[in-house]
Design a protein around this ligand. Structure first.
Ligand SMILES: [Zn+2]
Ligand SMILES: [Zn+2]
Ligand SMILES: [Zn+2]
Length: 360
């Protein structure tokens, strides 16, 4: 890390969800967490025993959909063998004293992202990535219309055992659930409150703010100014329609958010042109992360406006986004117990390192 970077020790308040704050503590001695090792790359294109590889379709439940249909699919959706929520039986909700349950009704599906077993996001073509996000959108739409009880369709990806992936073959998951997850609900409610006060989307305001700063890139060895650029210090990647930002109050060292530049509340409203640019920004962002972190284990997930919400403002106040969380350290008891996450790299320094990576 460059000497010019001063030590920071401060609690930063998440502007979207103020109850989520983070302790940014960058002193060298401040190493309260155990590092998570980068994963050894498995670059094999095909593994005979892998249920997600082409030719092994018999090892998974039948396909819900395959793209293209027929033999040589590139993307395939199957039911999860061990679903966390299911629609096989419906139980009534239960309330007894302080014990309250909601039926675990829902769907849990796996999207096999690519036929090639060990391919990384940065190695997928942008056309393929765009197709993958179109598949997410199509399946989300189908699930929302399939049953009115489904309140949220959650799309996410786990990569690496530290991120919860139990199968090495690249894949994403969809969980359609009867409740809106708290993380999304908090964002929806807080951004709505901001909107009612300022008549503005807080995410749009954040993007404007990020683009207002100026940044200077230093050569890490000589310390000389290499380039002055007029994008913000929290901006990592910018496309025609999307921007990748390192949040000012990031809970995780290398956490990044990708947002549409033009206001849009619901991922389902994204056009094919939007998705093509998202694919480009995501591929380049993942290439930057891999260049800095090695083969990082990570999660990414979509936060989009829940359906069936009784909120006339929310189309104007909420702004969908993709959150990417590389898992570079194991949360400590302090973090889990207090809810105060410790970030040992300042978000502006992390953004500068990611920006400095040269991408083709
Ligand atoms: Zn495989
Ligand atoms: Zn917005
Ligand atoms: Zn979010």
């Amino acid at each position: 890390m460059a000497d010019t970077e001063k030590t920071i020790r401060e609690i930063r308040i998440n502007p979207i969800v103020p109850s989520e704050s983070v302790l940014v503590a960058t002193a060298r001695s401040m190493r309260p967490k155990k590092a998570e090792e980068p994963l050894a790359r498995d670059t094999r294109a095909h593994v005979d025993t892998c249920p997600f590889c082409r030719g092994n379709e018999g090892m998974t439940p039948p396909a819900i959909a395959a793209y293209p249909e027929g033999g040589d699919w590139d993307i395939r959706i199957v039911q999860n063998l061990y679903p966390v929520l299911g629609d096989d039986r419906e139980n009534p909700a239960l309330t007894f004293g302080l014990q309250q349950t909601i039926d675990g009704y829902g769907r849990h599906e796996v999207i096999i992202d690519h036929h090639s077993h060990g391919i990384a996001i940065k190695e997928m073509s942008e056309t393929h990535l765009a197709r993958l996000f179109s598949v997410y959108r199509e399946r989300m739409q189908q699930l929302y219309t399939s049953n009115k009880r489904l309140r949220y369709v959650f799309v996410f990806k786990n990569y690496g055992p530290a991120a919860g992936a139990s199968i090495a073959h690249t894949h994403s998951q969809i969980i359609a659930m009867p409740v809106v997850p708290d993380n999304v609900q908090d964002e929806v409610e807080n951004s709505r409150r901001f909107y009612q006060k300022h008549q503005r989307c807080i995410f749009c305001s954040l993007i404007d703010e990020a683009l207002t700063f100026e940044a200077t890139l230093y050569d890490r060895e000589s310390g000389e100014i290499r380039r002055k650029i007029d994008v913000g210090q929290f901006v990592v990647e910018r496309g025609q329609k999307f921007i990748a930002i390192k949040p000012f109050a990031s809970r995780f060292e290398w956490e990044l958010h990708i947002l549409p530049l033009a206001h849009q509340s619901d991922f389902l409203a994204a056009t094919p042109e939007d998705i093509a640019d998202l694919a480009r920004v995501l591929r380049r962002t993942m290439a930057r992360l891999d260049a800095v972190l090695g083969n990082a284990q990570y999660n990414y997930f979509l936060h989009s406006l829940p359906h069936g919400t009784d909120c006339s403002d929310c189309n104007a106040s909420y702004h969908w986004h993709l959150e990417i969380c590389p898992r570079t350290s194991i949360p400590s008891g302090f973090e889990l117990g207090s809810g105060l996450f410790v970030n040992t790299i300042s978000p502006e320094a992390a953004a500068a390192r990611l920006r400095a990576v040269r991408i083709d």
